[in-house]
Design a protein around this ligand. Sequence first.
Ligand code: NDP
Length: 501
Amino acid sequence: MATALKIAPPEDKISNFVSRTHRILINGKWVEAASGKTFATYNPATGEVLARVAEGDREDIDRAVKAARAAFETGRWSQLTPSERGRAIWKLADLLEENLEEFAELESLDNGKPLKVARVADVPLAVDLFRYFAGWATKIEGNTIPISVPYAAGAKFLAYTLREPVGVVGQIIPWNFPLLMAAWKLGPALATGNTVVLKPAEQTPLTALRLGELFQEAGFPDGVVNIVPGYGETAGAALAAHPGVDKIAFTGSTEVGKLILQAAAGNLKKVSLELGGKSPNVVFADVDLEDAIAGAASAIFFNHGQCCCAGSRLYVENSIFDKVVEGVAEHANKINVGSGQDEATDMGPLVSAEQLNRVCGYLESGISEGAKAVVGGGRHGDKGYFVKPTVLVNTTEKMKVVQEEIFGPVVTAIPFSDPAELVTQANDTVYGLAAGIWTRDIQKAHRLASQLRAGTVWINCYNIFDAALPFGGYKQSGWGREMGHEVLEQYTEVKAVCTAL
Ligand code: NDP
């Protein structure tokens, strides 16, 4: 298997896929949008048109939801044995692994991320995720519950719970890890017997569409997985509001998360949200300096800072502040910024012109308010959507660059001396997704881990993800958890059954 992974797909396979006009997957068929419209996606390294994609809208969403409903009601997925469902998901994982190189190339073209990163992170993590949830398909269990019933003296009952699928699930995903976010959403939904309508981000639909083909190849029944590319304000909003959808799962900005919640109120569909972050990464003076500097740099610069959990607020104990800032700046200087397709590239472009403007806008705002860029501070080159890896100092707590999610390769470095004040500062954000702690003192590490209001705390590491580890946010970073066994609760209803004996 290991050798199979290294085989590169023929170049024409990728270009044939990219250059076709992409359609919508509804009920096992690839169809044009009801409106006949298509939209363009762009190569973020050049700004040139990359692909044309059917523009799904309300009517397409409606058809997809009806297909998912029919697939659910007929039980062609939920009534398979758990073992059959698990094997189908495992087969999908095998197919994805066999096509690893192709998926890595598509992801790199579409999103801009370095091919070498997609090859070792995005695609293998997605494969692993599907395998993990293939295993769960046979382990969705309820409980037997001893009950007392005070008003029925002497009566005996057998009471138990069943975990059943929620039904038709709408899933809306972002562009920062397009394939992996599709996997995070689809894996648990399918393992628990739901049927799905997935809307990928307008910037990065290609790997989701190719994944749709693999679902067909793996033998998933028609209508179980429907994929509708399109815009958020049209297709996404229609999915969130659709009365035939039982649950909506969303990853993206906190702002849109709130819109999803409003849209979901119509039929009170279940909602899970994985939203933004402004995560504190704390470095104590007793640390292994080299490790902490490398860790702090990768916490913010991985995926060009386009991570909801990016370590974007770097708090460093006073006595080592200058050394750490200098070290992170050195790392930033060594980052090779270029096209994701180039094997030498460490950091590709941001995903879109919109993100480029947004991140540069934050940089201008921070610098105009008195922040200083020790390294970086603006756009890289004049073609494509590249931004220089940036370290900002001289910030104040109320600046936008310290409070708001920038979603680019920009870290604000802030000195601290009093650990109690540090806790207040680190928690002074509307977000609560992740945090990092760097110290050799385990007592200090675990004490701070318990004080930070965040869904994930990494100690002497950062950006460690695993299908078995739950991920999600406190406060405005979201509702519910992705991955781990915790996510299964988001995709199942609990039925209590009580029998008089
Ligand atoms: P959005 O939150 O707008 O996009 C995420 C997904 O939601 C996309 O599929 C998008 O569709 C869809 N969407 C947008 N509007 C609606 C709507 N009204 N109803 C239903 N779905 C909708 O993120 P952006 O792409 O605009 O990025 C803006 C900022 O959001 C980033 O700078 C970053 O701060 C944050 N973000 C956070 C992410 C995370 O992982 N938590 C991921 C991405 C962004 P489409 O793209 O087709 O419009």
